[in-house]
Ligand binder design. Structure first.
Ligand code: NAD
Length: 374
């Protein structure tokens, strides 16, 4: 029988719960992976950890994350805490010989990412970073279609990740706004769409960017009169040039009033186009050039069991996958890779490559020049 893997999650917030859902469902979807055993969950708030252990089905909980990373019954550590804590937690877990899944962005700075990649590769542990949206089977289809030349030469990419969770100036100052945790929306949402662009089209070679702070100050707590200045960006707009030769645009925006999950792209080629939005994540629109003028147009490709691994969740097309299913695919791949002793994707090194684009964009905005990535 395949050896079980003891799972430890640090953090019980939005992503802590998503990871718990995913580890619980992974074996049902992917029976060949090493069975995950939900061993321990940690939070800085010990009561929250104990409550989450009961609710999510973990055997034990702790208020001290170091206890979790040192625990001999834990093989895999998931880090779902604010960005500023990722490096310290990941380095401690790697030093203890654990495989590490870390939420995105990998770290607040490129220098931190370099250290994390170096430690993980030296220790030979398996790593993965939470760029879950590229686990959508329709994005794999898009990538395969591009690679097979179905769109011909790619001529352009217009990508966006826009949401509105920071649009209200009365939304308080939190770790997401604190520059200690990174540069703002360009890292928080920008890393997702940069990662998606790289997943589809390969490396981005050069950027010219403009990053802006729209909400200049925020209350220290909801309803408080005391305010703090905001030092990070709310909107980032990038012109990008891919290594393969085509150009494009990328926008990251967390003050896009009304938008909840506009993560998507329009991608054009000489012979066809693809359009995708996470708001309708079970659909990929495909336009094939050269059809009869009167009847040609976009075809809606609907996700179904023919798009692996959709069929691991549901035998019927059109019944649709959701966000937690993408997270389950991610964790299924991660545990499968650990079991097979192979690399998982996207790993710390890929997250570091994404971070290089983020830092090039910030440098470009500061100097008002095109900047080469890396
Ligand atoms: P959150 O605020 O909801 O949760 C953070 C958790 O970390 C809380 O439970 C908090 O108590 C805990 N925590 C804080 N300090 C700690 C410490 N010292 N020890 C143990 N626990 C501690 O945040 P979130 O929205 O879940 O975001 C967490 C991470 O996930 C961030 O890096 C974020 O960028 C990322 N994220 C990824 C996605 C995605 O789609 N992959 C979506 C949202 C957030």
């Amino acid at each position: 029988m395949t050896k079980e893997l003891g799972i430890g999650i640090i953090g019980t917030g939005f992503m802590g719960k998503a990871h718990a859902f995913a580890y619980r469902a992974a074996l049902a979807a992917f029976p060949e992976i090493p069975p995950p055993r939900l061993e321990m969950i940690a939070d800085v708030d010990a009561d929250a950890a104990a409550k989450a252990a009961r609710q999510f089905g973990f055997l034990r909980s702790t208020g001290n994350w170091r206890e979790l990373v040192q625990d001999p019954r834990i093989d895999v550590v998931s880090i779902t805490t604010p960005n500023t804590l990722h490096k310290e937690m990941a380095l401690a877990a790697i030093a203890a010989g654990k495989h590490v899944h870390c939420e995105k962005p990998l770290s607040p700075s490129l220098a931190d990412s370099v250290e994390m990649v170096g430690a993980a590769e030296k220790a030979g542990v398996t790593t993965q970073v939470g760029f879950n949206y590229i686990k959508n089977p329709l994005l794999k289809l898009a990538r395969d279609m591009i690679a097979a030349g179905e769109l011909g030469e790619i001529t352009g990419f217009r990508g966006i990740h826009a949401e509105d969770y920071m649009h209200d100036p009365e939304t308080p100052y939190t770790w997401r706004i604190d520059p200690v945790g990174g540069p703002g929306v360009i890292a928080d949402l920008g890393s997702h769409i940069i990662g998606m662009a790289r997943f589809l089209l390969g490396p981005i070679a050069e950027v010219s960017a403009d990053v802006r702070t729209i909400v200049k100050s925020r209350p220290v707590a909801r309803g408080a009169s005391e305010r703090r200045d905001v030092m990070v960006d709310d909107v980032a707009r990038l012109l990008v040039q891919f290594g393969r030769g085509c150009g494009g645009t990328i926008e990251a925006n967390w003050v896009a009033t009304g938008r909840k999950m506009q993560l998507g792209f329009e991608l054009t080629g000489e012979r066809g186009s693809l359009v995708f939005s996470q708001e309708r994540l079970n659909e990929l629109m495909f336009y094939k050039a050269g059809g009869p003028a009167g009847t040609s147009g976009y075809v809606r490709i609907e996700a179904g069991p023919q798009h692996a691994p959709y069929g691991q969740f549901c035998v019927a097309g059109g019944h649709q996958l959701g966000f937690n299913d993408l997270k389950t695919i991610e964790m299924g791949e991660f545990l499968g890779a650990i079991g097979a002793g192979r690399k998982a994707t996207p790993d710390f090194r890929e997250a570091y490559e994404i971070q290089k684009v983020v830092e090039a964009a910030i440098a470009s905005s500061r100097t008002r020049n095109w900047v080469k990535v890396g």
